[in-house]
Design a protein. Structure first.
Length: 413
C-alpha cells in the first residue's frame, strides 16, 4: 500500500503557486526565461520511485522529516543529500524519520555521515535508531557525526556522541553476537564525532571527493546552533536548521542553487492549533504569549523568510519545519510573496528535488507503507571481524535458558 504525502488540495496550492511564480522570472539571473513546456515539466508534481538512478552531474535532496511536531505526514527534521559521485549525507535526524528512510530504500551504509545543526530532540532523536541498528545490517564502519560545539565541553557534539554510546551500551552488547565490524578494526558501534566551533563563519566541516561542506552560526534558543552549506560540481545547497532570521544566512547563502530554510506559522496560529483556544477564551493570552516567546527565541516568521530569499536569490527556496495544512499554506505564501517573487516551495515529507546546472525538478515519492530495511552492501566472510559473542544465547544465564520451550515441542505439529 502507499500513502500520498499531501492531500490533493494542498498539492495543487503549493505547485500552482510555484508554477505561477517561476513562469514570471528566469531561474538564473542573466539567463533567458525557460520555455513554458520544460518549465511545466520541471515543476508539475510527478512521481519519484525509490531506486531511480542519479545522473553523475546531479544532486538529489530528499526530505524525510519537515516538522518540529511529529505528524504522520510530517515527521521531525531530516534531509538526505545524494550526489552523482556516489556520496551521500544526512542533515539532522529527528524523531520518526527512520521509517521514511526505510520506505525510501535508503540503507544504513549510506547514512554513515550525519550533520547535526543543533542538539534539540526533534533534530537528533532517531540517531538512536541509526546508531543501534546500522551495525546489525550493512553499516560495519563507524558512524561519522558532525555537529556544533557548546559553550562548555559537556554541551557539545562530542559529549553528545559519548553519552549516546553509553546510553545504548545494553543494545550494543545485545547485538554483538552478530559481526558488527570489519577485519581491519573498524566497528559499526564506534562513533567518530567532529565538533565544529559554532561561532566560526565558513568553517570547513567536510572536504573530500570534490565535496565541500562548510558551516556558519545559526541563531536559535541558546548558544550552539549552526547551518550548513554543501558545494559540489558547481552546485550548492544550504540547510539552515532552526534559526532566527540573520545576516550570516544572507552572506553565506547568496546565489545558491537551493536554500532550505526553516519557517514557522504565526504565533496566533500556533497558539490556536496547540491549545484549541481562540481569542477571548480563558487562557488564550497565555497560549499566545508562549507561542510568541518560542518564535522570538528561535525561529523565522513567514515574512522574514521572504525577505531572506529576496536577499539571497536562490534558484529554488524551500521552506521546511512548517506545519502544512489547508489553512496554513496560503497565508504563508502570501507573506513570502510580500518580499519574494522567485521560485519557492513548502516541503512535506517525501519531497524529492533533483538539481542540475540547467534544471531543478520537484516530485513526491511513491512508497510502500510496509517497506522493509534495505541491506544492500555485501561483505565477504574474511572482511568481517568475528562476533564478540560466540552464539545468540551466550549472554543469557542458565536459569533463563532452562525456561525456554524447546523447538521440538512447538514444531511437533
Amino acid at each position: 500500500m502507499s500513502r500520498k504525502p499531501l492531500n490533493e488540495n494542498i498539492r495543487k496550492i503549493l505547485f500552482g503557486l510555484i508554477i505561477g511564480a517561476v513562469a514570471l522570472i528566469p531561474l538564473l539571473a542573466g539567463c533567458a526565461a525557460p520555455s513554458p513546456k520544460p518549465l511545466e515539466a520541471a515543476t508539475t508534481p510527478g512521481t519519484f520511485t525509490p531506486g531511480e538512478a542519479l545522473d553523475k552531474n546531479e544532486m538529489r535532496i530528499t526530505f524525510l522529516g519537515t516538522s518540529f511536531l511529529p505528524r504522520l505526514a510530517q515527521e521531525c527534521n531530516s534531509i538526505f543529500v545524494e550526489l552523482g559521485n556516489g556520496d551521500s549525507f544526512v542533515f539532522d535526524c529527528g524523531s520518526g524519520v527512520s521509517a521514511k528512510y526505510v520506505a525510501m530504500g535508503i540503507p544504513y551504509s549510506r547514512m554513515d555521515k550525519i550533520f547535526i545543526t543543533h542538539l534539540h530532540g526533534d533534530h537528533t532523536s532517531d540517531l538512536i535508531t541509526v546508531y543501534c541498528f546500522g551495525p546489525s545490517l550493512d553499516r560495519k564502519t563507524p558512524l561519522l557525526l558532525f555537529g556544533p560545539s557548546g559553550d562548555t565541553p559537556d554541551e557539545g557534539t562530542a559529549a553528545f556522541a559519548d553519552n549516546l554510546k553509553k546510553l545504548m551500551k545494553w543494545h550494543e552488547e545485545a547485538f554483538s553476537f552478530l559481526p558488527t565490524g570489519l577485519a581491519n578494526g573498524e566497528d559499526g558501534y564506534d562513533i567518530v564525532a567532529t565538533e565544529l566551533p559554532y561561532m566560526t563563519v565558513g568553517g570547513v566541516a567536510y572536504e573530500k571527493n570534490g565535496v565541500k561542506i562548510t558551516h556558519f552560526p545559526a541563531v536559535h534558543d541558546r548558544d550552539g546552533s549552526i547551518s550548513y552549506k554543501l558545494e559540489w560540481n558547481g552546485l550548492s545547497m544550504v540547510f539552515s536548521g532552526d534559526t532566527k532570521p540573520n545576516n550570516y544566512m544572507i552572506d553565506q547563502a547568496k546565489g545558491v542553487d537551493v536554500l532550505i530554510h526553516e519557517m514557522v506559522v504565526p504565533p496566533a496560529t500556533w497558539a490556536a492549533k496547540n491549545s484549541t483556544l481562540k481569542p477571548g477564551d480563558p487562557g488564550w493570552e497565555q497560549a499566545l504569549s508562549m507561542a510568541q516567546a518560542v518564535q522570538d527565541s528561535s525561529h523565522t516568521p513567514q515574512k522574514a523568510l521572504g525577505y531572506i530569499l529576496s536577499k539571497t536569490n536562490p534558484r529554488l527556496g524551500i521552506a521546511t519545519h512548517f506545519q502544512v495544512n489547508d489553512d496554513t499554506v496560503g497565508p504563508a505564501m502570501k507573506d513570502i510573496r510580500s518580499w519574494y517573487q522567485g521560485p519557492v516551495a513548502i516541503a512535506t515529507d517525501l519531497l524529492v528535488v533533483n538539481v542540475s546546472k540547467d534544471n531543478i525538478k520537484q516530485r513526491y515519492a511513491k512508497v510502500s507503507d510496509y517497506a522493509w530495511y534495505q541491506n544492500t552492501k555485501a561483505y565477504a566472510p574474511d572482511q568481517l571481524a568475528p562476533a564478540k559473542y560466540s552464539s545468540p544465547t551466550a549472554q543469557l544465564n542458565n536459569e533463563l535458558l532452562g525456561q525456554c520451550i524447546p523447538e521440538a515441542v512447538y514444531d511437533a505439529q
